[in-house]
Design a protein around this ligand. Structure first.
Ligand code: GDP
Length: 324
């Protein structure tokens, strides 16, 4: 595969080239990793998409929302890419976005590009691949990149670290209680969107929206937020209501952040974060080689038998890693 041609194809916005490049960054093979690094280095860094992270529990309406929201944006002439970060896909066998019937209209839209989550057991692996896929979509000239994740474990944090704005999608609550949403997630959300504000659920959605708006006002104000953010809105993804308002809120937020310098600062901090993650990832990978596992088992036995001192054995182990 010619990396220069692939880079040219991506820069020209060719979807086939983009799809091939994402396959390349998703590959675990050492030669593919090297080619992917080479490719990423050849891509322009001056194209920026609006990266929107989107999280919500299964059934809340993520794919319905992404389809309606994506269709609205492509209708405005914007190019929209949809990626998924799903650490559970390897376990469950199927991934979010994996089902071809999901986002049927958007998947047929020429201005849209939809990519399921790479299957990986480790969130770290999925995260790196997804982050690189975001970069590829940006280089391919997409205006908006939507990064979807299911609300499990650490995946929201990982997605927030690759997004310019983070949206939490929720369903209307039954009573007037807030639905056990973890405080940590509330704190990374820029926009809480109550979906299914239609039919019988409309008034419950309005109540839930008001409850969250109240809860958000109690959070400590973050420096990167303009007045009135984080904000809670209500939408119906199914009836396509409230989508323009959601888009307007995201624009208001990100325009302000750009003007105030928070956009660049956040991206710089994210780059730093991913660099450090990558260093950790590479160091941990060194522990997984057969040689390292052997050394570890041998030294560990010697320590247990009292033949070696723990600190001294650890120093020897690490110096052997360095020598590799
Ligand atoms: P996901 O698992 O979060 O991707 O959720 P889906 O998009 O697959 O939606 C789950 C179910 O909720 C489906 O039966 C949808 O038709 C329904 N749904 C999604 N959005 C809405 C909405 O705005 N209103 C109503 N009433 N139902 C919705």
């Amino acid at each position: 595969m010619d990396i220069d041609d692939l880079a040219k194809g991506i820069i020209a916005g060719e979807r086939r080239a983009l799809a091939r490049a994402i396959t390349l960054v998703e590959s675990g093979r050492a030669d593919h990793r090297a080619a992917a690094a080479d490719l990423l280095a050849k891509l322009p860094t001056d194209r920026q998409a609006l990266r929107i992270g989107l999280s919500g529990t299964p059934g809340v309406g993520k794919s319905t929302f992404i389809e309606s929201f994506g269709m609205m944006l492509t209708g405005q002439g914007k190019r929209v890419a949809v990626l998924a970060v799903d650490p559970s896909s390897a376990r469950s066998g199927g991934s979010i976005l994996g089902d071809k019937t999901r986002m049927d209209r958007l998947s047929r839209e020429p201005r849209a590009f939809i990519r399921p989550s790479p299957s990986q057991t480790h969130l770290g692996g999925v995260a790196r691949r997804s982050r690189e896929a975001v970069r590829l979509c940006e280089a391919a000239g997409f205006d908006v990149v939507l990064i979807e994740t299911v609300g499990v474990g650490q995946s929201e944090t990982v997605v927030a670290e690759m997004s310019d704005a983070f949206v939490l999608l929720l369903a209307p609550a039954g009573g007037d209680e807030l639905q056990g949403v973890k405080r940590g997630i509330m704190e990374i959300a820029d926009l809480i969107v109550i979906n299914k504000a239609d039919g019988d659920l409309k008034s419950a959605a309005a109540r839930t929206r008001a409850d969250y708006a109240g809860a958000l006002r109690l959070l400590r104000k973050r420096p990167q937020d303009p007045e009135g953010f984080p904000r809670a809105t209500a939408v119906s993804a199914l009836e396509e209501n409230g989508l323009e308002e959601t888009w307007a809120a995201l624009q208001e937020l990100t325009d302000w952040r750009r003007a105030q310098g928070f956009w660049d600062r956040t991206r710089a901090a994210q780059a730093r974060y991913w660099f450090e993650q990558d260093v950790k990832h590479r160091l941990l990978a060194q522990l997984e080689t057969p040689q390292a596992k052997d050394d570890l088992a041998r030294l560990s036995d010697a320590v247990a038998e009292g033949a070696r001192d723990p600190a001294e054995a650890a120093a020897e182990f690490v110096s052997r890693l360095r020598a590799d």
